[in-house]
Design a binder for this molecule. Structure first.
Ligand SMILES: [Zn+2]
Length: 130
């Protein structure tokens, strides 16, 4: 099953970044913005299996937002002579918007990570489809 899961990764990544079910690629992942459906309407794969299953996506969002904020700090330090208050007035809203925009990407990515892990572990509910 290891080889199958490895070959499955690009397919699952493409599906989840299109915000579709990692298993069938047809059902939609989200009910609305950053709100995962309980399960796939096409194949029945459960997206929200347990409390805290999306904790990894929150950590991923936080980490990527911190990298984004560090880039902002670096760019502002190199290319501007802004005061700290001007920098904060510009960069804090940008970082918050980035975080808000990245959250569903992170959730979808994490859903794919969980699915590939389940396939790799041979869980009986995870059945890859072409
Ligand atoms: Zn599905």
């Amino acid at each position: 099953m290891t080889t199958g899961a490895t070959g499955l990764r690009p397919i699952v990544l493409r599906r989840v970044l299109a915000r579709c079910c990692p298993q069938c690629g047809e059902g939609r992942l989200f009910l609305r913005y950053a709100r995962l459906r309980e399960s796939c309407s096409v194949c029945g794969l459960v997206f929200r299996r347990e409390q805290g299953a999306q904790t990894g996506s929150m950590y991923l969002t936080a980490a990527v937002t911190q990298v984004f904020a560090a880039l902002l700090i670096g760019l502002a330090w190199i290319f501007t002579d802004w005061t700290v208050s001007v920098f904060l007035a510009v960069s804090l809203p940008l970082a918050l918007v980035f975080c808000f925009a990245f959250l569903p990407v992170s959730q979808a990515f994490w859903c794919g990570v969980e699915y590939v892990t389940d396939v790799h572990n041979g869980e009986d509910w995870a059945r890859p489809r072409p």
